[in-house]
Design a protein around this ligand. Structure first.
Ligand SMILES: Cc1cc2nc3c(=O)[nH]c(=O)nc-3n(C[C@H](O)[C@H](O)[C@H](O)COP(=O)(O)OP(=O)(O)OC[C@H]3O[C@@H](n4cnc5c(N)ncnc54)[C@H](O)[C@@H]3O)c2cc1C
Length: 270
């Protein structure tokens, strides 16, 4: 494999079909300081093997070319030994079928720079926080919850997470435990294909957009969240982000930009 690889897979957890948690350790260099919510770069050469589940590759690529993509980090920023990533398989994709073939001990490229503005620095102190995501869009929130956010006695934090099936809800046990230990933290998963569940699902069904508008969310939150004291983070699927932006605008929330501060912070995955 290409000598551009500079890191080693230290753990690989198969969460569900097409979903993995990958821990990657730098080999011979130190991780830089970084903030929860930021992303790193993973890469593999074209010559790296693809998993069998994936579609055959159509384009002819040079075997030594390095394919690189951005991945939000899900580990705590206090963890100095490795970065953890939560990755979904894109069957027709260039990199993910190769990443899914990796096993502990295998070599991979990991960028030495960590970047991104989707961090808690954007949130003025004294605000409640609602983290809304689909699938692996949970990754940056896991990092924030694991490292930089304490359980606040008065300020509320909620995770509204959408997935197709209950088994696609990553880090579920950890989030349920956080909720048990912190009365101001709410974990609200929602699944869109309840008819495919093996054991009947008694939780919320539909999409995160409908969960945000639901009575169930209002009951848990204690009313409607207000732009006066609540910031919203949106991460993952662009269609979800577009839908949420419409609902949020109708309730007086505005997207945050450098020039015009608002309460909605966005990280699109594609
Ligand atoms: C800032 C940032 C952070 C990201 N963090 C994550 C992360 O934490 N976990 C993660 O799995 N991905 C993440 N991504 C997406 C990731 O960078 C790749 O785009 C993705 O893994 C597909 O790569 P690929 O080479 O296999 O597919 P490509 O050959 O690049 O094909 C890309 C196409 O696949 C589709 N696609 C891309 N991502 C997805 C997806 N997640 N689900 C369904 N379809 C998709 C889109 O149609 C896109 O045009 C992030 C992207 C950005 C910009």
């Amino acid at each position: 494999m290409s000598d551009l690889t500079n890191a080693i897979v230290s753990q690989r957890i198969e969460v569900a079909s097409g979903l993995i948690v990958l821990r990657v350790k730098p080999d011979g260099w130190d991780l830089p300081q970084w903030k929860s919510g930021q992303f790193g770069i993973l890469g593999l050469p074209v010559s790296a093997q693809r998993i069998r589940l994936s579609d055959p590759e159509e384009a002819e690529l040079k075997p030594d070319k390095l394919i690189k993509r951005a991945y939000s980090i899900s580990s705590s920023s206090e963890e100095k030994d490795y970065l953890e990533f939560f990755i979904t398989l894109v069957h027709s994709g260039a990199l993910t079928p190769r990443l899914f073939h990796l096993q502990p001990g295998d070599r991979v490229f990991m960028g030495q720079r960590i970047s991104g503005l989707f961090t808690l620095d954007q949130i003025p102190e004294g605000n409640n926080l609602v983290f809304i995501g689909t699938g692996t869009g949970l990754a940056p929130y896991m990092s924030m919850l694991r490292g930089e956010l304490d359980c606040h006695p008065n300020l509320q934090t909620a995770v509204l997470l959408g997935a197709r099936h209950s088994w696609d809800l990553g880090y579920r046990g950890e989030l349920i435990a956080m909720q048990r230990f912190c009365s101001t933290f709410h974990y609200m998963p929602v699944i869109s294909r309840p008819e495919e569940e093996i054991v009947a699902w008694s939780g919320q069904t539909g999409y995160v957009q409908s969960l945000w508008e639901s009575e169930e969310f209002e009951k848990t939150w204690g009313g409607r969240p207000s732009p006066d004291n609540t910031h919203i983070m949106l991460c993952g699927n662009p269609a979800m982000i577009e839908g949420m932006m419409e609902s949020l605008a109708a309730e007086g929330f505005q997207e945050h930009t450098k020039k015009s501060p608002g309460q909605v912070h966005v990280e699109k995955y594609w």
